[in-house]
Design a protein. Structure first.
Length: 45
């Protein structure tokens, strides 16, 4: 129990990093899909 606060802090930091990474990946994917749709419309497919 002595290191519980440190363990909890590390756990929270780890999950914060995971969620931020997932959020940035989702944004990049949405941007890529929008760009792909723009190209499809531009080339008529």
């Amino acid at each position: 129990m002595k290191n519980f606060n440190s363990l909890l802090a590390a756990y929270m930091v780890f999950w914060a990093i995971v969620f931020i990474f997932q959020f940035t990946i989702a944004r990049r994917q949405a941007r890529a899909e929008a760009e792909l749709e723009k190209l499809r419309q531009q080339f008529g497919k």
